[in-house]
Design a protein around this ligand. Structure first.
Ligand SMILES: Cc1cc2nc3c(=O)[nH]c(=O)nc-3n(C[C@H](O)[C@H](O)[C@H](O)COP(=O)(O)O)c2cc1C
Length: 365
């Protein structure tokens, strides 16, 4: 797919996700065939003030791979300055968030609140697009609308494109929906129909499998698909999408050895790049993701909270995958966990919340 002059090839895009799309996770997704990865959204105000909390999330991808930086804000000149910071660290795309539904963001009239101020949104887009080098397209990610009474995605997207946006991503829910209910594929289809053909439209929301991916493409006519929650702990979905796009047979589900190798790669990247304050939390997160719905996963997630040293968490993970490999060898391939007792699930959720420093503070899912 081409975004302006930039060719990003085939495959699905990794959605920007606060406290999720850090450098380690983006690297894993890039290595599994994501066509493009994004930083989590970064406040233009905080970046330009030099707030460490924001600037330390401005990661360039490893090995010179392309990446997008997403920023949010509402003052055109501040957004221009933040976009320049993104270009300075090598971003190949600057994306503007006009979709965040969280009160913390919309109270400042940023994120999805900009869908109610299309004129200001267009001014921001045109200021940033004009300030970026011709090689770095400006893109916008927004929702289906503010609420059911203002489903303005098609008109809004068209205005953003007229102002200089080179690609539009639509999460097919309204701000009022948050993450509830279902995605409105019709809204994404309306945006595609309203846009000039040379402006790609990316469909987003609830894609959890290749079947969902194909439905999204088929029902909306979108040029590409962006995937978020479903690839946490399942980066193999990117490789399955690529296979389907190339007309190759679907790769089989990952073996235990593959799962272990990818978890370990992810955990090693975390150990290398996470701040000392975050490393335990981030390592626990990798274990939780890669053990989800696997036999013994609930116990592993429970035991994680007792370990207070990174090497102990790594040992725990290694032992988990070693036991799983034995099980794979002796029981054939059924690695799934039996349905969890409700009580265990509640305990896990509680433990996750109470031991969760700086997880996504904004996106309540
Ligand atoms: C934890 C979390 C954090 C998110 N952070 C961002 C963000 O920083 N910027 C953004 O545009 N969307 C963000 N989103 C929304 C996702 O990019 C995506 O639009 C949404 O999750 C729907 O796609 P999915 O069903 O494939 O997850 C976030 C979502 C989640 C679950």
């Amino acid at each position: 797919m081409k975004i302006g002059h930039l060719d990003i090839g085939a495959g699905a895009l990794l959605a920007p996700m606060e406290a999720v799309t850090d450098l380690p996770f983006r690297t894993i997704c890039e290595e599994h065939g994501a066509a493009l990865t994004y930083t989590e959204f970064l406040s233009a105000q905080a970046l330009t003030r030099g707030a460490v909390k924001a600037t330390r999330r401005l990661w360039s991808s490893l090995d010179g791979r392309r990446f997008a930086v997403q920023v949010f804000g509402r003052e055109p000149e501040v957004m221009v300055e933040a976009a320049r910071m993104a270009v300075d660290i090598g971003a190949c795309i600057v994306d503007i968030n006009m979709g965040c539904p969280a009160r913390k963001v919309t109270a400042g009239l940023c994120g999805s609140a900009l869908m109610r101020e299309p004129e200001l949104a267009a001014r921001i887009v045109s200021a940033v697009a004009a300030a970026l080098p011709a090689s770095v397209p400006l893109t916008v990610k927004h929702r289906a609308g503010w609420d059911d009474l203002s489903l303005n995605a098609a008109d809004f997207a068209r205005r953003m494109a007229d102002a200089g946006a080179a690609m539009i991503t639509v999460h097919g829910r309204t701000r009022a929906q948050g993450f509830s209910g279902t995605v409105r594929l019709a809204s994404i289809a309306e945006v595609r129909a309203a846009m000039p053909r040379n402006i790609p439209v990316v469909g987003n929301g609830d894609v959890k499998s290749v079947a969902d991916y194909l439905d999204m493409k088929h029902e909306t006519g979108c040029d590409a698909v962006m995937i978020g929650r479903a690839v946490r702990g399942n980066p193999w979905l990117f490789r399955q999408v690529l296979a389907v796009e190339d007309g190759r047979p679907m790769p089989p589900a990952p073996t235990v050895a593959e799962r272990r190798a990818v978890w370990r790669r992810h955990a090693d990247l975390v150990a290398e790049y996470a701040t000392p304050k975050m490393v335990l939390h981030e390592l626990r997160k990798t274990l939780a993701w890669y053990s989800r719905s696997l036999h013994g996963g609930a116990e592993l997630r429970h035991r994680c909270f007792a370990e207070l040293e990174p090497h102990a968490l790594l040992d725990l993970g290694e032992a988990f995958f070693a036991r799983l490999a034995e099980r794979e060898a002796s029981h054939g391939c059924d690695l799934r966990e039996p349905a969890l007792a409700l009580e265990t699930k509640c305990l896990e959720r509680h433990a996750r919340r109470s031991g969760r420093p700086e997880a996504s503070e904004t996106w309540d899912v």
